[in-house]
Design a protein around this ligand. Structure first.
Ligand code: HEM
Length: 499
């Protein structure tokens, strides 16, 4: 009996000793891991660019937003660049971020692919766009959709169609302007450019359906900067509902196009035609219809704002307005003499007009910057960006850098006589694999609008000022009091256009 108890106690001691050993080993292992992680964190911390993470949770977001609402949004960056250099760490929109105002670092970020950086947007935006949006997808599908849409946007057929439509819509709109009337350029440009965009993307002509789509689109984009709460009645919920209604209109258009395709092949007339031609298991009808709406996001507002800003800058620079007028009048008279209509190539070859557009893009910074998320640790020009951190490339600071541009706050279209636009110091359309596929269209549409404006009207601008946050726009919509120029010339030109 004694032996039994002895054996049993020994066995119990062994078990307890084993358990204690296991616990000690586990604690030693955890401590080791914690130490390695801490060392890793300390090393990461030491390698991070200088800067401040600001307050817990909100970081430096409030300071960023208050600067963004001011007349000098870049002051947030300026203060920090003085303290920490052109690349610094911060904490913005709920997460840690590395901010770049350095042209070379920004160029490298834009050129990097999804193995290094992926797009980053606020939660409400990603909810609204959906996982298959061109603005969010990566890898081969993004390259495919970007390539197909981009080459269609660059095609001479589309540019010719857009030129015809834009001329007709601009003239219809401008014909209704009365002498001495106060015209709001932002609103006029928005109406015209939305019609052009929708026709180019889904082939819809102006009319009741277009009006319905426009109303739904405005309901949709109102939620892009909302709180990410998806409860019935919330802003995000209403925006998602509007997107569903738009998607169903586009689905019907796709079905109709499919029925027509079965009757025989025809040339692509809009972006849906192009994507349908290549549709497969990856490029589904659902993905196409959703993306048509997402394609409207970067395009709908930016071109009207470009035109509006150009009108403002020209109103404040009579010399530039005079040279623009002369260049466009010359073209108008030349075309009137030849009896030929204006082609898209005519607009694109107006060199001073293109300098005005370029300078407006530089000074106006319609898209102030882009955000990416690092998918792995990365070092650019000696600046360390840890995995999971946001990278904020702030174009505005680069475009207004006095080391790059003389007198950067001055509207000076002549500076582009000697400068290239395809450099790393000029990036209003982004760069790399996500370079804006609509950049040629944006320039063409702006040139057409400006041509008709300066050759048909002279004007006196009412006071207005630029708001930079959350999107760039004119507070009052750029009101100008218009006076019609020589009627004979306009009539002659109208005749040419309708040939
Ligand atoms: C003044 C006018 C415009 C400006 C300043 C502008 C600017 C930009 C910028 C900066 C990007 C890059 C975004 C990024 O890297 O994440 C971009 C992308 C894009 N833009 Fe534009 N854009 C303009 C007009 C247009 C137009 C007219 C269209 C279409 C008709 C368009 C369609 C797109 C699309 C689809 C993308 C996403 C490309 C991708 O991620 O693959 N944009 N735009």
């Amino acid at each position: 009996m004694e032996e039994f108890w002895f054996q049993r106690t020994a066995w119990l001691i062994n078990v307890v000793a084993m358990i204690i050993m296991m616990i000690i080993s586990w604690l030693v292992f955890c401590y080791g891991r914690w130490k390695t992680e801490r060392r890793g964190r300390d090393e990461t911390k030491a390698r991070l660019p200088s800067g401040s993470l600001g307050w817990p949770v909100i970081g430096e977001t409030l300071d960023f937003i208050s600067c963004a609402y001011s007349t000098r949004p870049e002051s947030f960056m300026e203060k920090r660049c003085l303290l920490y250099g052109k690349v610094f760490k911060s904490h913005l929109f709920g997460g840690p971020a590395i901010v770049s105002t350095d042209a070379e670092v920004s160029r490298v970020v834009l050129q990097s692919d999804a193995r290094v950086f992926v797009p980053w947007y606020p939660k409400s935006l990603t909810e609204l766009m959906g996982k298959s949006s061109i603005l969010l997808i990566n890898g081969s599908l993004q390259r495919r959709v970007h390539g197909l849409v981009g080459s269609f946007f660059k095609s001479p057929q589309l540019k010719a169609q857009i030129t015809r439509d834009m001329q007709s819509y601009v003239q219809t709109s401008m014909n209704s302007w009365k002498d001495g009337e106060l015209v709001f350029i932002q609103k006029e440009a928005k109406t015209i450019i939305f019609q052009i965009l929708v026709k180019g993307l889904i082939g819809l002509e102006p009319g009741e359906k277009m009006q319905f789509l426009k109303a739904q689109f405005h309901e949709f984009i109102a939620g892009l900067m909302s709180l990410p709460i998806k409860l019935p009645g919330s802003r995000l919920y209403r925006s998602l509902k509007a997107k569903k209604k738009m998607a169903s209109i586009i689905q019907n258009i796709i079905e109709e196009k499919r029925r027509n395709v079965s009757k025989g092949p025809c040339d692509p007339r809009d972006a849906i035609d192009v994507l349908l031609e290549y549709s497969d298991d990856e490029l589904t009808d659902h993905l196409i219809s959703d993306n048509m709406i997402d394609l409207m996001i970067p395009a709908e507002d930016s071109v009207p704002v470009l035109v509006t800003l150009a009108t403002k800058y020209l109103s404040e620079c009579p010399l530039a307005l005079q040279q623009l007028e002369e260049e466009n009048m010359q073209l108008k008279q030349l075309k009137a003499k030849s009896g030929l209509p204006l082609e898209w190539t005519d607009y694109m070859s107006l060199s001073f007009t293109q300098h005005v557009i370029t300078e407006t893009l530089r000074l106006g910074n319609i898209i102030t910057g882009i955000m990416r998320k690092a998918v792995r640790d990365v070092e650019i020009k000696g600046h360390f960006i840890p995995k999971g951190w946001c990278m904020f490339v702030y174009f505005r600071s680069i475009h207004l850098d006095s080391e790059i541009y003389d007198d950067p706050y001055k509207f000076n279209p002549w500076r582009w006589k000697e400068r290239e636009t395809s450099t790393s110091t000029f990036m209003p359309f982004g760069g790399g694999q996500r370079l804006c596929p609509g950049l040629d269209l944006a320039r063409l549409e702006a040139a057409i609008f400006l041509h008709h404006l300066v050759t048909t009207f002279s004007w006196v601008a009412d006071s207005d000022h630029i708001i930079n946050f959350p999107t760039v726009r004119l507070k009052r919509g750029m009101p100008i009091r218009v006076a019609r120029k020589c009627i004979m010339e306009s009539v002659q030109q109208d005749q040419n256009l309708s040939i």
